[in-house]
Write a protein that binds this ligand. Structure first.
Ligand code: HEC
Length: 118
């Protein structure tokens, strides 16, 4: 490939890359321990933190005992419940401790995770 042609190819690739990135808008990110992370890391983090709820609320939030299930629950309901547990507005035996372990944006991510389960 001669230099002119190579430059043209590189320019075309750059143009395409910026075009695609521009069309998709800025990639979604999240904060984990105060640091901004890319979407792929956010998704894995959401799965990990949601899995900490399985031990009591059942696998994938599908309850197998007396503790209420989380699967398919309304997203806003779940976020509100977590805030109320955290702030002590809703009585709990254990949930305040769990709610205190996560941030507001993690409540959103966890709630979306469980709300999406059929
Ligand atoms: C150690 C067991 C345990 C773990 C782990 C746990 N929960 Fe709970 N959860 C409970 C219990 C028990 C209740 C009933 C309230 C109480 O006594 O704390 C509850 C209630 C709830 C409710 C209210 C449900 C409703 O239908 O109103 C939500 C929402 C909830 N938990 C979310 C979560 C999320 C999200 C996680 C993971 C971050 C989690 N829980 C982890 C035991 C647990």
């Amino acid at each position: 490939m001669n230099m002119k042609r190579r430059e043209a190819v590189v320019a075309a690739i750059l143009w395409l890359a910026t075009g695609v990135a521009g069309a998709a808008g800025p990639a979604p990110t999240c904060l984990i321990s105060g640091k901004e992370k890319p979407a792929s890391v956010c998704a894995a983090h959401t799965k990990t933190i949601s899995a900490t709820c399985f031990i009591c609320h059942g696998p994938n939030g599908k309850s197998v005992a007396a503790i209420p299930g989380l699967a398919g629950q309304d997203k806003d309901y779940l976020v509100t419940a977590m805030r109320e547990f955290r702030d002590g507005k809703r009585e709990s035996t254990v949930m305040q401790k769990y709610a205190l372990g996560y941030t507001d944006s993690e409540y959103e991510a966890i709630a979306a995770f469980f709300a999406a389960i059929k």
